[in-house]
Design a protein around this ligand. Structure first.
Ligand code: ATP
Ligand code: MG
Length: 229
């Protein structure tokens, strides 16, 4: 049976993904700074809230209210009533925020349509190459496993953004969050910066679709993936 999809509203990306985000799994987005990961998460979150569902948004970067206002327009205050925003200050707090989000989804009292963790690897990165690296890796894996189980049981998609490191040998940008994340995420997208406001989306991994690419532009009111067709 084909997995259900939640449309992102960015037409080129929805075409690339066969309709949108799979609802029973995690979608990982990795890419360099400024590649549009956060704007993508905000855009999808606003769309879900506009459709009447709740959004759990776990933010380690400090969401820009100006950007949110630009995307949401005059509806912002009304949409924010369905945003459950948390700003963890450590990897432990991030883990607790995800656990709370998953419990909320499972108890089913509110119709949650999306969980966002952006950036999912900000605090993890701080622990790398230090004495806490193993603990951090385990904490991140448990958090990701929580999201996987919740998406699978409840059919609520999760967006998890991941930072990158540059492989000097290969000259490529590689995702940071370790191999556990790369197995746990059933869809993996890489965002690349092109010239100006253009961004490329590369479908790196999907359970049922071939690799492919799409483009969008960052505009003053959100992300534009072109018209249908
Ligand atoms: P990071 O890894 O640092 O969190 P990110 O991938 O989340 O980065 P975003 O914050 O989503 O990146 O995107 C910021 C990018 O969007 C910047 O390159 C910025 O120049 C661009 N941008 C922001 N507003 C506009 C706008 N109104 N028009 C065109 N480009 C814009
Ligand atoms: Mg960001």
């Amino acid at each position: 049976m084909a997995a259900e999809r939640t449309a992102t509203g960015i037409l080129s990306v929805d075409r690339l993904l066969g309709g949108g985000l799979e609802t029973d799994s995690i979608t990982e987005i990795y890419g360099e700074g400024g590649s549009g990961k956060t704007l993508f998460c905000l855009e999808v979150a606003v769309r879900i809230a506009r459709a009447g569902k709740w959004v759990v948004y776990i933010d380690t970067e400090g969401v820009s209210v100006d950007r949110l206002r630009a995307i949401a327009g005059p509806d912002l205050e009304r949409l924010l009533e369905r945003f459950l925003l948390s700003s963890p200050k450590s990897l432990e707090e991030q883990g607790r925020a995800v656990a709370t989000a998953c419990a909320l989804v499972r108890d089913g009292k509110r119709p949650v349509g999306l969980i966002v963790v952006d950036s999912g690897t900000f605090y993890y990165r701080l622990s790398l190459s230090g004495p806490d690296e193993d603990d951090a890796r385990q904490a991140l894996s448990l958090t990701v496993a929580d999201l996987v189980a919740t998406a699978l049981q409840s059919g609520v998609p999760a967006l998890f953004t991941n930072q990158v490191w540059r492989s000097m040998r290969e000259g490529t940008l590689e995702p940071l969050g370790g191999s556990f994340l790369n197995h746990a995420a059933k869809t993996i997208l890489r965002f690349d910066r092109l010239s100006g406001n253009r961004r490329r989306v590369v479908l790196v991994k999907h359970r049922s679709l071939p690799e492919g690419t799409a483009e969008f532009r960052i505009t003053s009111t959100g992300l534009d993936g072109g018209g249908p067709g």
